[in-house]
Design a binder for this molecule. Sequence first.
Ligand code: SF4
Length: 450
Amino acid sequence: MKKILLVNPWIEDVSAYDYWLKPVGLLYISSMLRSAGIEPVLIDCLYRHDPDLVRYLGGKIKDRYYGTGNFYHEVIQPPESMKNIPRLFKRYGLPEDLFRKKLRELKDVDAVFVTSMMTYWHYGVSDTIRVIKEELPEIPVVLGGVYASILPEHAKNHSGADFVSPGTGIVPVKRALHFIGIDVDLNDNWLDDLSPDYSNYPELNYVVLITSTGCPFRCSYCTSWKLWERFNQKSPEKTLEEIEHLNAMYGLSDVVFFDDAILIGQNFKTLLKMIKERGFNLRFHLPNGIHARLVDEELAVLMKETNFKTIKLGYETANDELQLKTGGKVSNEEFIKAVNILKAAGFTAKELSAYIIANLPGQTFEDVERAINHCEELGVIPNINEYTPIPGTPEWRELVDSRRLPAEIDPLLLDNSLLPYWWEESLSIAQLKLLKEKSWRVKERLLSHV
Ligand code: SF4
């Protein structure tokens, strides 16, 4: 039987936090391989409860908010492009020695498939591949995932992989298998027929699931609709089966849905009705910015009855012109209505928060401040996220075409934590700090009243 090692690589950045980060795409690939008669094995460099890591750190790893937590990290040499930026560069995830030890135990694999997430985390990908190549020099290494799909040429030139397979769904997996000499039929209906394969994790308190891929909206700063050709949904029955199976396997505490557009259609409500009927003793979370426009009374009540503990609403900006210009996914009125419906169902600031982007082109300090104020008035915690120009998005294209952003630049520097250090259009570091501090004060005030 052929055996393929799947690797979730290190993150190298100035900051990172395990906010329910699980390589769901890679775990679906694991299931695809299994169903094709290929044995998958997994090294997840970002698995904070890895038994080797727990032993290395001399005890249990501390979880914070419902299973999230800090990654183990080491300060490393920053790349040349960061030489004028006064921030420490860190590697998050397994210590290198432990990673090498795990690789040495897997010398019999036929290939290594490495995934990738953010484009600005490419140094973590290339360092991971460098170590794999040093330990398993004869084994072909294939790179896929988000970075490889958004910047395939950059990935070919810099990652060190033998083959880069961009794209989503089964096509890049088939291409990768063909590269290593395996031609098999894979199930086109993978989202509905397969589940993320968590079987390589010895211990889990939470699982991340998706009930859909892609997004029918077209926000100018986002890449979801570019990565996935079509919006696809999984049947609620299959999602319920996944929850039942994984809960029986691990005795879960938390289930996290990481869809981009979970509220489209009726599937999610149907799933919630089934969850309610089944009566799980679980907490549920929606951390990925749901569409406020699609929140109604029935949904809010169902979420309350099924024990949702994290509901993040995508608000982004209080500036109505910018709301329209960036895709019109939400208006101030729709946001206010959604919050009021959720509050009427019994949710408070303990569960409710809103994503606000800071630094969007054309956005002022006052815009962001107004969005924070709206959140405070409504009793929703404001979460400030600095804007990252994602290569290939309309927003990025406009900035590059108008020469407001260089096209040829180390993608690391587009990271929202680094952008304010060099981008002339950015709000200053001091302004961003003020906005964040304001949002933290609002959070404290709101939580003190719950
Ligand atoms: S609604 Fe969300 S996921 Fe969809 S395109 Fe807009 S930002 Fe992206």
